[in-house]
Design a protein around this ligand. Structure first.
Ligand code: BTN
Length: 263
């Protein structure tokens, strides 16, 4: 497989205020972006890598892909919205990535909170980390999108890649431009639009989230499972699950979409 490198020259002229650094190999783009943020990197600084040796996933998992087979990048943000609405940042990102992929012709959707699926298989993962820096609080938004992994290279059987889903290997530079521009535009609108923009995001996210309406098992951080029907997403971005004991709003956890045959 050819797996061309990212085209740094084409990445030099992105949205105003966006600067992308492309690394051949690093531990984790989230770790490097956090270092850059602590050293004063402004909002809109992006770190992309062709390969990660210690990629980080949600819930302390790892994230590994062969060199140049995925898009791996992290964006430094310095949100000015109230701290109480920061938890929407991962959901905003998952929503925007799925919407951008749909615009590019893929049948993508967002599984709560921010996995991006094609069909029922995971195509992209998002890890948002909050940190303190000398110039104030910042967020690092890390995105990993499987582009040309083959079935043998998938980390888990429940993952997929754009190549597997569509039969063709898309240009990673085009995709990186598409995703960074979509994220910056949606984030700017969310930041600038006040309460009404936040209400709009909550409504759009809930309408687009493929978990809503599904039977789910949520593995809660306590280790306990919660099973029931996902009925919505509340104003705080929590998944509402109707189970045997009534409705519970879940703020964190690993969701499994239960197929009728799994019951
Ligand atoms: C998940 O577990 O679903 C989240 C995976 C996030 C992976 C991306 S790859 C780019 C960035 N750097 C990291 O170390 N992690 C994120």
């Amino acid at each position: 497989m050819r797996r061309p490198s990212l085209d740094a020259a084409r990445l030099a002229a992105l949205a105003p205020g966006v600067v992308i650094e492309v690394l051949r190999e690093t531990t984790s783009t989230n770790a490097v972006a956090a270092e850059r943020a602590r050293a004063g990197a402004p909002e809109g600084s992006v770190v992309a890598a062709e390969h990660q040796t210690a990629g980080r996933g949600r819930l302390d998992r790892s994230w590994a892909t062969p060199p140049r087979s995925a898009l791996l990048f992290s964006v430094v943000l310095r949100p000015t919205v109230p701290a109480a609405v920061w938890p929407w940042l991962p959901l905003l990102t998952g929503y925007v990535v799925a919407r951008a992929l749909r615009g590019a012709g893929y049948d993508a959707g967002t599984k709560w909170p921010n996995d991006v699926l094609i069909g029922d298989e995971k195509i992209a993962g998002i890890l948002v980390e909050r940190l303190q820096t000398p110039s104030g609080p910042a967020a690092v938004v890390g995105i990993g999108l499987n582009v040309s992994l083959t079935p043998e290279e998938l980390p888990v059987p429940t993952a997929t890649s754009l190549l597997i889903a569509s039969g063709a290997e898309p240009d990673r530079t085009d995709l990186l431009v598409l995703l960074v521009e979509a994220l910056v535009e949606a984030y700017d609108a969310w930041q600038a639009g006040g309460e009404s923009a936040r209400d709009r995001l909550a409504a759009s996210y809930a309408a687009a989230c493929v978990t809503v309406g599904r039977d789910v098992r949520v593995d809660l951080p306590s280790g306990d499972p919660l099973t029931g029907r996902a009925t919505g997403v509340d104003r705080d971005g929590r998944l509402v699950v109707r189970g045997p004991a009534g409705e519970t709003a879940v703020g964190a956890g690993d969701v499994v979409h239960v197929r009728p045959t799994d019951r």
